[in-house]
Structures are given as structure tokens and as C-alpha cells.
Design a protein around this ligand. Structure first.
Ligand SMILES: Nc1ncnc2c1ncn2[C@@H]1O[C@H](COP(=O)(O)OP(=O)(O)OP(=O)(O)O)[C@@H](O)[C@H]1O
Ligand SMILES: [Mg+2]
Length: 584
């Protein structure tokens, strides 16, 4: 496969070794089991000789009972050893899978959202679902191959040389010719396998995208285009699969033929020795059995390197995630926030999503007094969402500082900070749980009554009651039945129930019609009393009650003041207002 053999750093190797070595007792028993299997394999080949020479040729009746008895014993031992080693090695492997899955999930859940955006959700998911399996393969299958197959090879070689070393020397000049193609064909098949895996993954994401986006495809009349794109992919898959089929289908006849040459040599040379009287038929057949049984473990051992390489590649991907350091670190001496209300202050804050992006916020200085309602307005892309995201430390300011209750948010305990902030995000996000549980996310110990009251306050109670199972309806069961406004109202209920001193509403009512918006707005206004609130809105009519309006443009504060003051200014805010007023 790949020529550049990947390697794991010393610390990563140590981590895996220390993980595996926790199970050293099981490993030892497994190794003993594997040696038993290998021994039984060798014994089977050995037994062929007495069967031939004593039972068939000498017609010894004692042996007629003894040998079948021995055969039963050998097969029994092999079975026990095989079960024991499979069970134990897979036990260890599955433990490792579980360890890495849990560790990855914990890590990813704690990492900042910037990391998840950067890595792509699908790729992160495949760390937890696929990569861990491949690492398991490396640890348990490679160990099984190494021990069981290696010992089996040793056992067969022992039988071969023990039975007839001269024939063995002869055979070892011929046999490698038969075994080498296993390696060659194996490589080819693997090459095409990786190719098909990549294409399959591509096909999967294509299907996911086009099925979820089927509405757009239909509306824009892109069926023919998408069908052609899909056909291109299946065509490529067909091509790779056929190459794999050819490599696979050719490999066994070619190998059998070459093996046949080897066997022919053994029959010729060994047969001659039997006819000359230097060997017996039993010796010959025992020898031949061992040679034939050698094939399987040799084949498996040639795959060993590949399993290890794949495992290392996956382990590297896993460790890369596990060793990722958070760009939003918890302070070493975290301060716990006491009871609100608090003021929120931006002190010459600048922010960019990444060093190569243009700054989303530039030199923002702003103080919002405890209990004040601040409205943020401005053109799309002005930086409103970016600004409020800095308060709960979803991102950290690149320059300047954000302070809550006079303390830099970086010095606060992250959990305590977020405990004091309720947020309705711009895209309504609901989980596939019951409506009740979705609202409960705002306050895990909320009673059913509190949940229903929050739903009432968000004007969500009536439509929720109308669902098939009311509050117990699972979001997924509703499919796409939930309208944008309904989703928003459930999200508002979730934020309301949290009862936090800092409230952030990012376009919380944008999907509601004017009438519903008016009602929900009244409820929100009541709620904002006594809370430091940030309200982002495009529809300016919904924020004219705010004590202060800040207009963001290109990441900078462009204007601020009350509605009346800004209107008098006849600047940007005035322009926005008049633009909206003339709309039908
Ligand atoms: N995750 C992100 N990565 C990189 N750039 C981003 C990201 N999110 C937003 N931006 C950029 O930052 C700038 C400000 O975006 P922001 O979402 O804060 O604007 P907004 O005022 O909330 O706009 P809207 O009214 O459309 O919601 C935009 O130029 C946007 O493209
Ligand atoms: Mg926004």
C-alpha cells in the first residue's frame, strides 16, 4: 500500500502499550491458548504418519483404536484453544474500542465549536465509529496472527523437517515460488480495496447531501445533473471493483497452479524416496499434510503488516484529536459568578475566526449595565452573532477583553459563566428527544409544571398540545412538520426556563409572523426585566423599546443611542428604518 510507513510517536506507543498491558493476565492465557492451537495443528500433521504406516500398511489393530482417540483429543484441544484465544483477544480489543470511543466523545464534546467546524462533523464521527475498529484490528487481530499463526508455522516447519529433512530442503527451494504470489496479489487487492473504500465514502456523502437537499434539486430542476454525477461515481466504483475482482479471481488459480508445481515436485522427489525405501508412505503423507496446512497461516502472516499499517494510520487520527489542546482554556484559578444581574463590558474587543480571515469585529468598546436591554442591529454579516458569541466564550476575543461583572470572562469558571447565560441561537437547534426534554435542556431539574409554564410564556403551549403525544412527542416523529416559528418558540421556552441573568436573543422571533411575533415579543420584554439582555433583530420594529440600540457595520460600532436619537441622526439606522418602512 503506502510506501511511507506511518509511525506512532513514543508517547503514543506507550499509551497503547499501557492500555493493552492492563490486560496482561488475559493476554498470557490467550497466548497459551494460541500455542495449544499451534501445537494441535502440528500434531494433526504428525498423526498422518501412524495412520498410514501403522493402520493401513501394518494393519495394527491397537493403533486402530489409539489413533482415532488421539485425533479426538487433538481436535478438542484445538477447539478449546481457539475459543479461548478468540474470546480473550476480542475482549481486550472491544475494551480498547470502548476506551477510545469514550475518550474521543469526551474530548470532542469539550473542544470549542471552532474545532468541530474545522474538522467537519462526518470526519469526527468516523473517528468514533470506524477508526476505533481499525485500531482494535491492529491490537487483537495482529496479536492473534502473530502468536497463533507464527506458532503454527513453526509447528508445521517442525513436522516437515522432523519427517524428512532432505525432502524439506528440496521443497524449500521450490515452495517460495508458490508462496510469493500470495504477497503480490494481496498487495494488488488491497490497493483496489482502499480505492473502493474512498469512492464508497464519497458516494455516501453524496447520497446524504442530495437526499437531504432533494427540495433544492427539484426546484432548480437539477435531477438530470445529479443523476449524471451519481452515475459517474458508480462507474468509477464499478471499474475499481472489477479490478479487485480480477486480482482476486486470478490469485487463487495462479497460486494453485504454482502450488501444484511445488506439490508435483514433492510427489516426484518424495515418491522416489518411498520407492527407494529411504522413506515410508506415512512419512510422505505426513510431510505433504504439513506443507498444505502451512499455506493458511503464511497467507495470514503476509497480511499482518497491512493490518498494522492501517491500525497505525487510524491510531494517528485518533490521537490527533485526543491530543488537541483547547483554544478556550479554563483559567487555572477560575472565579465563580455569584447572583446576577451583571454588567457586560466589551473593552477594545477585536476578533477574527482564523488568522487568515478578515476580522469579524474591530475595536468594540461597549458597556451594558445590569438589567439593561441592548439591541444589536445592522446589515447581515455585520458581526452581531460574532459579538454575542464572545460572552459565553463560544469563541475568545483575539484582542481586548470581554468582562462580566467586571471580571474578564477568561478568568471565570466556564461552567459558571455559561450557567448565567441563556441564549436563543439564530438557527433553532432541537435534539431528537421529546419536546419536554428539549425544553428541560434549559434546566435539567425542571418540573413538568415549570416546563409547561415556560412553553406558555413562549406561546408554544397550544401548538405543542396539538401534537399527537403533546409534550411527549419526539421531535423526529414530527419529521419536517415543525415550522420555523414553532421551532423558535420551543427554543425560546428552553431559554426562558433557564432563568439566567444574561439573556441573548439572536433573531429569536424572526421566523414568526408579525402577529405571533408581537405576542412573543411582549412575553420576552417581560422576561428581560432585570436581566442584562442582548437582542439581535433585523425587523427594527421589534426593538424600539430597547434602552439602547447599537448598529454594527463591518465589525465596527457605527452608531448607538435610543431609537429616537438615532432617527434624528439620519444616518445608517435611519436608512435601515426607511428601507424597511417602504417595504410592503
Ligand atoms: N464560523 C465562522 N467562520 C468564519 N467566518 C465566520 C464564521 N461565522 C461568521 N463568519 C464571518 O464573520 C462575519 C460576521 O458574521 P456574523 O455571523 O457575526 O454576522 P451577523 O451580523 O450575525 O449577520 P446575520 O445578520 O446575517 O446573522 C461575516 O463576514 C461572516 O462571514
Ligand atoms: Mg447572525
Amino acid at each position: 500500500m503506502d510506501k511511507a510507513n506511518p509511525r506512532l510517536s513514543k508517547t503514543r506507543q506507550k499509551k497503547i502499550i499501557s492500555l493493552v498491558s492492563q490486560y496482561w493476565q488475559r493476554m498470557t492465557i490467550a497466548a497459551v491458548c494460541m500455542i495449544v492451537v499451534a501445537g494441535a495443528n502440528g500434531a494433526m500433521a504428525l498423526l498422518v504418519k501412524p495412520v498410514m504406516d501403522d493402520i493401513f500398511i501394518k494393519q495394527n489393530r491397537e493403533m486402530l483404536l489409539l489413533i482415532p482417540g488421539l485425533a479426538i483429543l487433538v481436535f478438542f484441544l484445538k477447539g478449546v484453544g481457539s475459543y479461548g484465544s478468540e474470546y480473550l483477544m476480542n475482549f481486550i480489543g472491544e475494551k480498547i474500542i470502548r476506551f477510545f470511543r469514550d475518550a474521543l466523545y469526551e474530548k470532542i464534546t469539550d473542544l470549542p465549536i471552532a474545532f468541530i467546524h474545522k474538522e467537519k462533523t462526518g470526519a469526527l464521527m468516523s473517528r468514533i465509529t470506524n477508526d476505533v475498529n481499525i485500531v482494535k484490528g491492529m491490537v487483537s487481530n495482529a496479536a492473534i496472527n502473530l502468536f497463533r499463526d507464527f506458532f503454527s508455522v513453526v509447528a508445521f516447519l517442525f513436522v516437515i523437517f522432523y519427517r524428512d529433512w532432505q525432502l524439506a530442503l528440496g521443497a524449500f527451494i521450490v515452495l517460495p515460488i508458490a508462496f510469493y504470489p500470495i504477497v503480490l496479489f494481496g498487495r494488488r487487492v488491497r490497493k483496489f480495496s482502499t480505492g473502493t473504500q474512498v469512492t464508497m465514502a464519497d458516494l455516501n456523502s453524496f447520497l446524504h447531501e442530495t437526499f437531504t437537499g432533494s427540495k433544492i434539486i427539484k426546484i432548480f430542476n437539477l435531477q438530470a445533473f445529479e443523476k449524471e454525477r451519481f452515475k459517474e461515481k458508480t462507474r468509477e466504483l464499478f471499474r475499481l471493483e472489477m479490478k479487485k475482482v480480477i486480482a482476486k479471481a486470478l490469485s487463487s488459480p495462479v497460486m494453485e497452479f504454482l502450488g501444484g508445481i511445488g506439490i508435483a515436485f514433492i510427489i516426484w522427489f518424495g515418491g522416489m524416496r518411498v520407492i527407494n525405501g529411504t522413506s515410508t508412505p506415512g512419512t510422505f503423507f505426513s510431510f505433504l499434510t504439513a506443507v498444505m496446512m502451512l499455506y493458511d497461516p503464511v497467507k495470514k502472516l503476509t497480511k499482518l503488516n497491512n493490518t498494522i499499517q492501517e491500525g497505525i494510520a487510524s491510531a494517528t487520527r485518533i490521537f490527533d484529536v485526543l491530543e488537541e489542546t483547547s483554544t478556550i482554556p479554563e483559567s487555572t484559578t477560575p472565579v465563580i459568578l455569584e447572583k446576577g444581574p451583571f454588567d457586560v463590558q466589551f473593552d477594545q474587543v477585536s476578533f477574527s475566526y482564523s488568522p487568515k480571515d478578515a476580522p469579524a469585529l474591530k475595536n468594540i468598546s461597549l458597556r451594558v449595565a445590569p438589567g439593561e436591554v441592548l439591541a444589536l442591529v445592522g446589515m447581515s454579516g455585520g458581526g452581531k452573532t460574532s459579538l454575542v458569541n464572545l460572552i459565553p466564550r463560544l469563541y475568545d476575543a483575539t484582542g481586548g477583553s470581554v468582562k462580566v461583572a467586571g471580571i474578564d470572562v477568561k478568568d471565570l469558571s466556564i461552567a459558571s459563566l455559561r450557567d448565567h447565560i441563556a441564549i436563543v441561537t439564530q438557527e433553532p437547534i432541537l435534539f431528537n428527544e421529546s419536546v419536554r426534554e428539549n425544553i428541560r435542556y434549559g434546566k435539567m431539574d425542571a418540573t413538568d409544571l415549570e416546563i409547561e409554564n415556560a412553553a406558555k410564556a413562549a406561546y408554544a403551549y397550544d401548538f405543542i398540545k396539538g401534537f399527537p403525544k403533546g409534550f411527549d412527542t419526539v421531535i423526529g416523529e414530527l419529521g419536517s412538520r415543525l415550522s420555523g416559528g414553532e421551532k423558535q418558540r420551543i427554543c425560546i421556552a428552553r431559554a426562558l426556563i433557564k432563568d439566567a441573568p444574561i439573556l441573548i436573543l439572536d433573531e429569536a422571533t424572526s421566523a414568526l409572523d408579525s402577529e405571533a411575533e408581537g405576542v412573543v415579543q411582549k412575553a420576552l420584554e417581560n422576561l428581560m426585566k432585570g436581566r442584562t439582555s442582548f437582542v439581535i433583530a433585523h425587523r427594527l420594529s421589534t426593538i424600539d423599546y430597547a434602552s439602547r440600540i447599537v448598529l454594527l457595520k463591518d465589525g465596527e460600532i457605527c452608531e448607538q443611542g435610543t431609537h429616537d436619537a438615532l432617527m434624528k441622526l439620519e444616518g445608517e439606522y435611519f436608512k435601515l428604518q426607511t428601507l424597511q418602512a417602504i417595504k410592503p
